[in-house]
Design a protein around this ligand. Structure first.
Ligand code: ADE
Length: 224
């Protein structure tokens, strides 16, 4: 998977890809992440990337020309499966969407700033708009990191225990059951007896029951 991220603040995202599982995925060649500083495509001496909105109103708008130039340059180098604009107006990210997208290979992520992007960028290039939740961030960078993380961890070979992505919360429309490790008793709190029983069939049934119970309690909306 290759992800090209266009941003005015690429430094904000660096550590997300330089650490832990995402770093390992990149080092193993399973994912490539490339930052493109929009300022390099800015206009004039000041490398301008935004301007006031036509019709007035608060906030600045990201200019069409630098974005078009940057995206067009990338598109001239390879074919992209999706050009994604991270924006609170987008479709809300969920596990199903992450699963579907993780099967694709080449992405451009565009991180919005200020008031947003000139509408013509959407018309020219954007194939999908994604929000990471109903709240507003200062820019799309953290959302781009969230989306990239959700996709990259699903790639075969990224997680050590391949099963663990399949048993995540949400993968089967259930939240995760409670989990425990040593010691079996702590401050009077006991690990459920069944988990110490060694009866894997019974354990599996119990885990499923618990997952159902927790989902009913916390997220009845995701239960089919
Ligand atoms: N940019 C600002 N807020 C955002 C959000 N909630 N999701 C995606 N991109 C954003």
């Amino acid at each position: 998977m290759r992800i090209d991220i266009i941003s005015v603040l690429p430094e904000l995202m660096e550590s997300a890809f330089n650490t832990s599982i995402l770093k390992r995925a990149i080092d193993k060649g399973l994912a490539e992440v490339h930052f493109h500083h929009l300022r390099n495509y800015g206009l004039g001496k000041h490398r301008q990337v935004d301007d006031e909105p036509y019709g007035g109103g608060a906030g600045m708008v990201m200019l069409v020309e630098p974005l078009d130039n940057c995206i067009s340059e990338l598109k001239s180098q390879r074919t992209y499966d999706e050009v994604i604009y991270l924006t609170p107006d987008g479709e809300t990210l969920n596990q199903k969407m992450a699963n579907t997208l993780s099967l694709k290979n080449n992405f451009i992520f565009l991180c919005g700033h200020y008031k947003g992007i000139d509408q013509r960028v959407r018309e020219l290039h954007i194939t999908k708009e994604i929000s990471i939740g109903d709240y507003v961030l200062t820019g799309g960078e953290l959302a781009a990191c969230v989306l990239a993380d959700a996709l990259i961890r699903l790639l075969p070979g990224v997680l050590n225990d391949e099963q663990s992505a399949l048993t995540d919360s949400f993968q089967d429309d259930l939240l995760s059951p409670p989990i425990y490790t040593r010691p079996s008793t702590y401050k009077g709190l006991q690990v459920p007896e069944i988990l110490l029983s060694g009866n894997s069939k019974k354990i599996e049934e119990w885990l499923h029951e618990e997952a159902l119970k927790i989902t009913k309690e916390k997220r009845p909306d995701i239960l089919k």
